[in-house]
Design a protein around this ligand. Structure first.
Ligand SMILES: [Zn+2]
Length: 246
């Protein structure tokens, strides 16, 4: 090999190196933009069960109350029966939950605090009329911005679950956030993701399952399912998928 060729080869290699570096930079940039967008999206999410597919789901069926009522399926298509009235226990901050989930919830919070993580229940039980009020408020807000009644309703239903389709009306769902003076939300969400199943709770709207659940990823929304929590958590399935298979 003579000198000239060697130089040429070197040049070629450097050219390829630059190309690879540019490609890598492009990939890193696009991933950054994508996750940035996802985070932005997450930060914008209201804390009341934004129903991605609610506007499409016009046909409701009344949800069946299974023998084990902790496995009831409620979503954009399965509405809570009109007469569903859980017995409630009030928490120290005024939020309420189904009395039967209270002991496990309390035990979970005690254990978290023992590990130096401080959670709060941001939202527990919500009556149907409270859910209706939230939807009405949202519709009114969109109308104020100049949208027609029909359009305002459609847009509002993308943000607020239609009354009867929110798990919060069951008393079996809790939005758990950090007590901001002592913990960060991410600390709370990470702990819950790793441990909540030990107390009968599952992450109800996992990342990447919104095409099934109809609801965007919500790291704060936990649903009590009782004894099957570990099995569901370890299966990697969302509640809809797990119920379908069992
Ligand atoms: Zn929630």
């Amino acid at each position: 090999m003579n000198g000239t060729k060697q130089v040429k080869n070197k040049k070629k290699k450097r050219g390829r190196g630059i190309f690879a570096a540019l490609a890598a930079a492009l990939i890193i940039f696009s991933v950054g933009v994508a996750s940035g967008k996802a985070l932005e999206r997450l930060a914008e999410l209201p804390d009341y069960g934004s129903a991605v597919a609610a506007a499409d789901a016009v046909d409701f069926v009344e949800a069946e109350i299974p023998e084990n009522r902790f496995l009831i399926l409620v979503n954009g298509k399965n509405k809570i029966p009109e007469n569903y009235e859980p017995e409630l226990t009030e928490l120290s901050n005024g939020q309420r939950v189904d009395s039967d989930i209270y002991p496990d919830l309390q035990r979970m919070f005690d254990d978290m605090r023992a590990e130096g993580i401080y959670p709060v229940v941001g939202e527990g039980y919500r009556t149907r009329s409270e859910q209706q009020r939230m939807l009405d408020d949202k519709i009114r807000a969109f109308k104020k911005k100049g949208y027609s009644e029909k359009r305002a309703r459609a847009m509002a239903e993308e943000w607020v679950a239609v009354p009867g389709t929110s798990e919060h009306e069951l008393g079996l769902a809790v939005d758990i956030n950090a007590d901001k003076d002592n913990s960060a939300n991410d600390e709370v969400y990470d702990w819950l993701y790793e441990n909540a199943y030990r107390y009968g709770f599952i992450l109800r709207y996992p990342f990447g399952k919104s095409y099934i659940t109809g609801i965007d990823y919500e790291p704060w929304h936990y649903r009590y399912v009782g004894e099957y929590a570990e099995e569901i958590h370890k299966s990697g399935l969302c509640l809809e998928e797990w119920l379908e298979r069992n």
